[in-house]
Every structure is written in C-alpha cells, then in structure tokens.
Ligand binder design. Structure first.
Ligand code: HEM
Ligand code: HEM
Length: 218
C-alpha cells in the first residue's frame, strides 16, 4: 500500500464549507432569516462555480472529465471496489447529481420570493408564472437534495464497513492506494482556486449581497 495525495486543499475546503453552507441555508430558511439565507446562498454559488471551473483547470482528481463513466462501469464498481485514486464510477454519478441538484437549488432560489419582504435578485426580470414555478422547484428540489445527502452519507458508512476510509482522505487529502499512478502528481496547488473563489465571492457580495449584508451587520 502507498500513501498518496488524492484531494487538493481546494476540494477538501469546498466539501466541508459546502456542508456548513447547506446546514446554514436550511436553518436560516426554517427560521425565516432570509438575509442570512441569501448571503449563504451567494457564498454557496461562488463555491460551486469555483468547483466547476476547478473541474476544468484544476487537479487530475478534480477534473469533471474524470467523473464520466459508463453505467456498466458504475454497476461493476459496486461489486469490486477498485482502488484507483479519485471518485469511483458509482460515486462519480453521485457527485454529478449533487452538482445538478445544487445548481437547480441556487438558480431557482434567485427567482424565488417569500411573498413577504424578500425577493431573489432575478425575480424582477421574470414573469410571475416563472417566479411561482421557481418557488415550487426550490421547495421540491430541496427534498431531492436532502435524500441525496442521506444516500451519500449511507454510502460513505457502507464503504467504511468494507474497510475504505473515505472521510479520512477527504480531511487529510491522503489515501492508501494499492496502485501508484506512475509518477504523475494527482493534485495541484489550490491557490488559483482560492483566487477565483475570492473574486467571485467579492463580486456577488458587492452586488446582490450588499443589501442583505448591510442588514446583517447593522
Ligand atoms: C450537506 C451535505 C453534503 C453534501 C452536499 C456533500 C457533497 C459532496 C460532494 C459534491 C462530493 C464530491 C467532492 C468533489 O469532488 O468536489 C462529496 C464527496 C465526499 N463526501 Fe460529501 N457531502 C455532504 C456531506 C458529507 C458528510 C456528512 C460526510 C462524512 C460522513 C461526507 C463525506 C464525503 C466523502 C468521504 C467524499 C469523497 C468520496 C470519494 O472518495 O469518492 N460528505 N460530497
Ligand atoms: C444550495 C442553496 C440553497 C438551499 C439549500 C436552499 C434551501 C431552502 C429551503 C430548504 C427553503 C425552505 C423551503 C420550504 O419551506 O420548503 C428555502 C426557501 C427560500 N429560499 Fe433558498 N436555498 C438555497 C439558495 C437560495 C438562494 C441563492 C436564494 C436567493 C438569493 C434563495 C431564496 C429563497 C427564498 C426567497 C425562500 C423562501 C420561499 C418561501 O418562503 O416560500 N435560496 N431555501
């Protein structure tokens, strides 16, 4: 067994910040704290957009192209857990599903209103039918996201029972691998991702986020 670095610093930060952001989004919506909900929403949008860009320019294990597997490969990966670095074939479907669910949740949120005081920033540009539909999508899609999270955590627990310590790797970045991936380095320095994230976050907070932020800090 060889200990190799599989997840770069950005992927790990992305993952655990996403968990905190989704918990914040859920509780702020439940408590009617819409300003916090919006700010956490823009934070999540910047995080996800950076992850998608990093999926093109980033580390080998972060590449979106590395997430594409045939359904047959995914079915096979349930039987024999291969030990290749990065997401397995079945896990890749889960990751792609998360990206689609998160994008749907974010875009629908931008067009959703609470019918009291707060409108998403795109509400003014679309018809009332679209706003109504987006609100419906925002509610229903969250249920799907919730079930996906339960399934995701259940899968991680099952892999742990089978002896694969995936959480440890998502925390430290390192995993035990039986195959060495030649001499190729799997991870890149996360600095470019950090710069992209900070720029996107600053842009979103100075525009759509300015009003809810000033309310939160007044
Ligand atoms: C809000 C809840 C969660 C969401 C939305 C979520 C989402 C994701 C996403 C999108 C990835 C892919 C990472 C990437 O390539 O960018 C991932 C991977 C992973 N997540 Fe989560 N996650 C959640 C909660 C958790 C929790 C609570 C745990 C720990 C028990 C966990 C453990 C992992 C691990 C170990 C991986 C790497 C899997 C692998 O090796 O293929 N996740 N998660
Ligand atoms: C991944 C990101 C997001 C998650 C997980 C999320 C989650 C939620 C949840 C669980 C609710 C309560 C729905 C219900 O009562 O059934 C909600 C409501 C709401 N969200 Fe989000 N949201 C996200 C992003 C956004 C964004 C970016 C905006 C707008 C900037 C937004 C605007 C709203 C509004 C206006 C409501 C109130 C709807 C109502 O009162 O009927 N959300 N969100």
């Amino acid at each position: 067994m060889h200990k190799i670095k599989v997840w770069d610093g950005f992927i790990r930060s992305f993952h655990w910040l996403l968990v905190i952001a989704i918990a914040t989004l859920y509780f702020s919506a439940e408590e009617g704290m819409m300003e916090l909900h919006f700010v956490a929403g823009y934070f999540t949008l910047a995080l996800l957009l950076t992850r998608l860009i990093w999926g093109v320019v980033g580390s080998q294990t972060a590449k979106l192209s590395a997430l594409l597997h045939s359904p047959i490969a995914a079915l096979k990966s349930f039987k024999q857990t291969d030990n290749k670095p990065g997401h397995g074939a079945a896990g890749s479907y889960m990751v792609l599903a998360f990206f689609a669910l998160l994008l749907t949740q974010l875009v629908s949120g931008l067009m959703t209103t609470d019918d009291i005081l707060t409108d998403g920033p795109l509400v003014q540009y679309v018809s009332s039918q679209v706003v109504e539909w987006a609100g419906w999508v925002h509610h229903k899609n969250f249920d799907l996201l919730f079930y996906a999270i339960i399934l995701h955590v259940a899968a991680i627990i099952i892999y742990r029972i089978k002896g694969k310590k995936l959480v440890k790797a998502m925390v430290s970045g390192y995993a035990e691998q039986s195959v060495t991936n030649s001499d190729a380095k799997l991870t890149k320095s996360p600095w470019l991702a950090v710069v992209i994230f900070v720029l996107l976050l600053a842009g979103l907070m100075m525009t759509w986020g300015a009003e809810p932020l000033s309310y939160l800090f007044s």
